[in-house]
Design a protein around this ligand. Structure first.
Ligand SMILES: O=C[C@H](O)COP(=O)(O)O
Length: 250
């Protein structure tokens, strides 16, 4: 699945123009951080503006180790119409802290909307910010009852997912997530060139922003429908290539 992260209503409407080429519209506020949370009314407005069959995701933020605060924020996102709730465990330094925060989020979200999906996100460049090891995320997600484990990059300075967690380690991340019955989502300045390895390792959700913004610039550029379509076309090409290879081998 392709998850695209607009920064507000205007970009979400551009995503809606490319709705055939994406699977999830992920509301965030990039100027508040990698998984910066947007306002509840923006989530609501985007939910109302994009096709009803497109799930809306919302990031709850690069959160502190404060389970109560984060659970309440997550409830705000689901009440506002998001059905994928993404939490960046920025302030958690141990798996135990991550589980505590995510258990609270899962309860808050699922008590309100049992079918909503909860995504526990860590950071590929965790070593730069001192938070929990990226490969711990599948276990944190599984122990807390979340539905997906995700990695993104915390510092958007041009370095990419594979600069910090190479493809082999991402493959292990995906393997651990799948073994626990979770979806595996990967992001972090992902470019079209990364889609080969991401497809081969069985990534369920690829999250992008910069790659579908004009000039590849996630801050100054805007999301453009034709770039979303091109990214999706490359995803499809890689998936067919992989399926053909698998058929040839078997
Ligand atoms: O969840 C996806 C992120 O917004 C990825 O953004 P990026 O591709 O600019 O790193």
């Amino acid at each position: 699945m392709l998850l695209i992260s607009p920064d507000g209503v205007e970009e979400a409407l551009d995503c809606a123009k490319a709705a055939d080429h994406l699977d999830i519209i992920d509301v965030k506020k990039p100027d508040e951080g990698s998984l910066g949370a947007n306002f509840p009314w923006v989530i609501r407005e985007i939910r109302d503006a994009v096709p009803a069959d497109k799930p809306v995701s919302a990031t709850v933020g690069d959160v502190p180790y404060k389970p109560g605060t984060v659970a309440q924020a997550a409830l705000g996102a689901v009440v506002s119409g998001a059905t994928y709730i993404k939490v960046g465990l920025y302030g958690c330094t141990t798996p135990g802290q991550g589980v505590e925060v995510m258990r609270a989020v899962v309860r808050a979200v699922k008590d309100h909307r049992p079918e909503a999906l909860v995504v526990a996100s860590g950071y590929a460049d965790a070593h730069r910010i001192g938070c929990v090891n990226p490969l711990a995320l599948p276990d944190i997600a599984a122990r807390s009852g979340a539905d997906a484990a995700m990695l993104d990059t915390a510092i958007k300075d041009g370095s990419r997912l594979f600069d910090h967690v190479p493809p082999d380690a991402c493959a292990e991340f995906v393997r651990r997530a799948h073994a626990a019955g979770l979806l595996a989502a990967l992001a972090g300045s992902v470019k079209q060139d990364d889609l080969g390895p991401l497809t081969r390792i069985g990534t369920d959700i690829v999250g992008v922003r910069g790659a579908v913004c004009e000039g590849g610039d996630r801050n100054a550029g805007r999301i453009r429908p034709h770039l979303v379509a091109a990214f999706r076309a490359e995803m499809r090409r890689r998936a067919h290539e992989h399926a053909a290879g698998a058929t040839t081998v078997s």
